[in-house]
Ligand binder design. Structure first.
Ligand SMILES: [Ca+2]
Length: 132
């Protein structure tokens, strides 16, 4: 009788442990997936060589103008870098219009002068997949 009780308790413990393992596994998997999905972001700087104002913008996001919080970044961005899962299309005019430059993942521009976009970005599209 007593032995049976221990067996029951043992089985209950096993079930509890298994349930804990099974419920823990998906949340661990989710935690591991977070860095990949959050690889969609850009960093922008107002001045060359990563100087002046700085801001991190998480994507995916559509910015028809560059009023971000209290700061107006239109025609002020001089430096930009992209995360590992980030494709950015920058435009010279507001409303996603005008001259276009596509910036791929893991790119770092200390100055956008070399590509003719210094102080010239007025809107942008931030995606976590390439442009078609
Ligand atoms: Ca600037």
């Amino acid at each position: 009788m007593k032995q049976r009780n221990y067996k029951t308790i043992g089985a209950a413990l096993l079930v509890t442990t298994a349930a804990t393992l099974f419920t823990a596994a998906p949340s661990q998997a989710r935690t591991r997936r977070i860095p990949a999905s959050s690889g969609c972001w850009i960093r922008i700087w107002k001045d060359n060589n990563h100087g002046g104002w700085y801001q991190l913008i998480r994507g995916p996001r559509q910015l028809p103008n560059l009023k971000l919080g209290t700061r107006y970044w239109g025609n002020r961005i001089s430096g930009i870098s992209t995360g590992p899962r980030t494709w950015v299309k920058v435009f010279k005019d507001q409303g996603l219009r005008g001259g276009v430059l596509i910036i791929p993942p893991n790119t770092n521009y200390g100055s956008l002068k070399t590509v003719g976009f210094n102080d010239a970005i007025d809107s942008m599209l931030i995606q976590n997949h390439p442009f078609k």
